[in-house]
Design a protein around this ligand. Structure first.
Ligand SMILES: Nc1ncnc2c1ncn2[C@@H]1O[C@H](COP(=O)(O)OP(=O)(O)OP(=O)(O)O)[C@@H](O)[C@H]1O
Ligand SMILES: [Mg+2]
Length: 284
C-alpha cells in the first residue's frame, strides 16, 4: 500500500478497532472509564450506546487490554438475529462449559454453578455482548435472567451491552422494564467535536509513524469535520481514500482541494447507494 511513500510504518486510517489508535476525546474517555470502573468494581449491568462507527468496539477492546488478570471475559460479537436459547448456547460455549443442556433451566443452573466457582477462585466473570441492537427482544429477556445471578452480597456476572441507538428502542419494550432498571452504569458515545478532529487526526497519523502536518495541508480539519460530522469511521474512510489518491498522483502532502474532491466523490457515491460508500454524516 501507500504507507512507505508517505514515510509511515503502517496505515493510519484502517477501519479495525485497534486500541493502539484510540484517541481519548471527552466522550471516549468517559466511555472507557464507565466500562473499566463498571467491570472492575463489579457494578453488574453496563450499557454503552453510540451511533454507527462512533468507537464502541474500540472502547471495548481497549478495556479488555486494561483489565486485570483476574477477569474472565466472554465476548459475544456475532449477534445477528440471535434468539434466546442461541444466546445461552453461545455464552455457555464461550465459558467452555460442557454438558447436556436441554431446557433453559439447564443452562442457567450450569452457569450459576460455574459463576459461583469463579467467585470462590477470586475471578470476576464478564459477559460482553457487542452489537446488541441485533438481539431479539426474547434474547434480551435472557440477559435479564443472567443479570439475576447473584449472591446476597455481589453480582456473579458483569454484563456489558453495547450497540447502536436502536438498542435503546429495544430496551424500551415494556417486557424489558426490569432489565432497564438493572442498568447500573451507562454512557452514550457522542460524535467528535469540530475542535477535537485535529487532535484525533494527529494521534492516528502519529501512531502510524508520521506527522499529520506533513500529510495534510492546513485547513484540512474543517473538511474532515464537515464530511464526517465527527464520526471517526467516516474520518478514517476519507483519510484513507485521500491518501491513496495522493499516492497515485505522487503528491506527498495532500492539498485541501484534493481532500474536498474526495469528500465530494464519497458523498456522490453515497447518494448513488454504492456499497462502499459511507452511511451517516452530512457531507460537504
Ligand atoms: N476515539 C477514537 N480514537 C481513534 N480511533 C477511533 C476512535 N473512535 C473510533 N475510532 C476508529 O473508528 C473506526 C470505527 O470504530 P468502531 O469499530 O469501534 O466503531 P463502532 O461504534 O463499534 O461501530 P459499529 O456501530 O459499526 O459497531 C475504527 O477504525 C476505530 O479505530
Ligand atoms: Mg462495533
Amino acid at each position: 500500500m501507500y504507507e512507505a511513500f508517505f514515510g509511515l510504518r503502517e496505515l493510519p486510517f484502517a477501519l479495525t478497532p485497534d486500541p493502539r489508535f484510540l484517541w481519548l476525546s471527552e466522550t471516549h474517555q468517559e466511555g472507557l472509564a464507565t466500562l473499566y470502573y463498571g467491570i472492575s468494581r463489579r457494578k453488574g449491568f453496563i450499557l454503552l450506546t453510540g451511533e454507527v462507527g462512533a468507537g464502541k468496539t474500540t472502547l471495548l477492546r481497549t478495556t479488555l487490554h486494561h483489565l486485570a488478570q483476574d477477569v474472565n471475559v466472554a465476548l459475544v460479537m456475532n449477534t445477528a438475529d440471535i434468539g434466546s436459547v442461541d444466546l445461552l448456547k453461545l455464552v455457555v460455549a464461550e465459558y467452555g462449559l460442557k454438558g447436556r443442556f436441554e431446557t433453559k433451566a439447564d443452562y442457567i443452573i450450569a452457569l450459576n454453578q460455574f459463576l459461583l466457582e469463579q467467585l470462590r477462585r477470586g475471578l470476576n466473570t464478564v459477559l460482553i455482548i457487542d452489537e446488541a441492537q441485533n438481539l431479539q427482544v426474547q434474547a434480551l429477556e435472557e440477559v435479564r435472567l443472567l443479570s439475576n445471578l447473584e449472591t446476597e452480597r455481589e453480582k456473579l456476572l458483569q454484563i456489558v451491552l453495547t450497540g447502536q441507538p436502536e438498542l435503546l428502542g429495544k430496551l424500551a419494550d415494556p417486557s424489558l422494564r426490569q432489565l432497564r432498571q438493572r442498568i447500573a452504569l451507562e454512557h452514550h458515545v457522542d460524535s467528535l467535536r469540530a475542535s477535537e478532529i485535529e487532535a484525533y487526526l494527529e494521534h492516528r497519523v502519529q501512531t502510524a509513524g508520521g506527522r499529520y502536518d506533513d500529510l495534510f495541508a492546513p485547513g484540512s480539519e474543517r473538511v474532515f469535520f464537515e464530511f464526517s460530522q465527527g464520526c471517526p469511521r467516516l474520518v478514517n474512510l476519507l483519510g484513507d481514500r485521500t491518501l491513496l489518491s495522493a499516492y497515485a498522483q505522487q503528491v506527498r502532502r495532500v492539498p485541501v482541494a484534493l481532500l474536498e474532491q474526495k469528500a465530494k466523490e464519497m458523498v456522490a457515491a453515497r447518494s448513488r447507494g454504492t456499497a462502499s460508500a459511507p452511511e451517516p454524516g452530512e457531507g460537504i
